[in-house]
Write a protein that binds this ligand. Sequence first.
Ligand code: 1CP
Length: 351
Amino acid sequence: MVSPSADPLLVRALRREPVERTPVWFMRQAGRSLPEYLEVRKLGSLMEITHRPDLAAEVTLQPVRRHGVDAAILFSDIVTPLEAIGVDVEIKAGIGPVVAQPFRSRADLTRLRDFAPAEDMPALAETIKLITAELGPQGIPLIGFCGAPFTLASYLVEGGPSKQQSLTKAMMLSDPELFRDLLTRLARIAAQSLREQVDAGAEAVQVFDSWIGTLSRAQYRDHILPVMRDLFDELAELGVPRTIFGVGTGHLLDLLAETGADCVGVDWRIDLADARRLVPERCALQGNLDPAVLLAPDEVIEAEVRRIVESAPPVGHIFNLGHGVLPETNAETPGKVVRLVRELTSAKATA
Ligand code: 1CP
C-alpha cells in the first residue's frame, strides 16, 4: 500500500509520485450536461454566473457531488478575463464566445490592458474561497484554468469559433511581430488570472490550448513556443502543477512538453503508450477517453476504460477524457466511469 500524504491524490499523480489509485476528473465536467446546472442557468447567463460567487461555486461543486471526481475545475470560461477587462465578448447560446469587433490591427492591442482581478473581477477569489471551504476538508483540490494565448487569439481575430483558424494563421504568417505581441499580451492576462486563482486556493492549473492542433510543428516552434515557455516559467513561481492541453496534438506532444509543463493532456486520437514515448518522462500524462464513448452502451464504455488503464504509464497518469464532456452525455455516465477507474486502478496498484 502507498501511504496517502497530505497532498491531494491529483496533485501527487501530477508530480508523478506513486499513488494508491489513478485520479479521475473530466474536462467540462460542470455545466451543459448536468440538469442541476441548467436549473442554475435559469437565474442568469454564463457570464452572470461567473460574477456571482454563490452560483459559480455551486456549479463548480455539482459534478464533484454527482460523479465523485477527484478534482473540481473552476466554473468560468477561457474568455472571462477578457470580458472582465472590457473586451466586447459575449457567449452566445449554441455557438460559444463571439467578439463584436474582431482584432485585426496593432491598434487593437490597446484593448488588452492588464487584468487586475481584485478590481476587475472580485468574484473570482470569492468563488474560489467558497469552493475550497467545502472541498478542502474532503481532500479534493480545485483546478484553476486559463485559455492559452493562441486559442484566445483565435477567438479575438476570427470574432468567434472557427474550424480552420484561417484569419488567425494569416495574421501569424503575414505580421509575425504583431501576432507575437498579441500572444504576449494574452499570456500576461492568463498569468494574472492564474496567479489570482492559485492565491485564492487552486492547487493545480490547466492551460487550455484547445485549437493549437491546427498548427504544424514548425509553426508551433517559430510562433508559439517562445511565448509559451515564458508563460510556463512565470507559472512555475505559483508552485502548483501545470498541465497543458490541446485537441488533435499528436504531432505536437513533445513540443507541448517543451513549454515546461508538468503534465501534457492527450486527446483520444493517439494511444497513451505512444504518447508516453513522445513526452519526456518528467511529465505526467492526462487523458484520453473519446468523449463520444460516453454515449455508447455500458459494455463499450467498460472495454474502452479498461484499454486506457492498461495502456497508461505506471506513474503519472490522470484519467480524463480526450476533450470535454459532450452536452448530450447522460448525467449518470461520468460517475460510472469514475467508479470503474477507481476499481480497476486500485486493483492494479495492489496487484
Ligand atoms: O451558457 C452556457 O452554458 C454555454 C456553454 C458553456 C459553458 C458551460 C460555454 C460556452 N463555456 C462554458 C464553461 C466552461 N468553458 C468551462 C467550465 C465548465 C467545466 O469545465 O466544467 C470551461 C473549463 C470552459 C473552457 C473553454 N471555453 C474552452 C477550453 C476547453 C475546451 O472545451 O476546449 C474553450 C475552447 C471555450 C470556449 C467556449 N465557450 C463556450 C463554448 C461552446 C466554447 C467552444 C466554442 C468553440 O467551439 O470554439
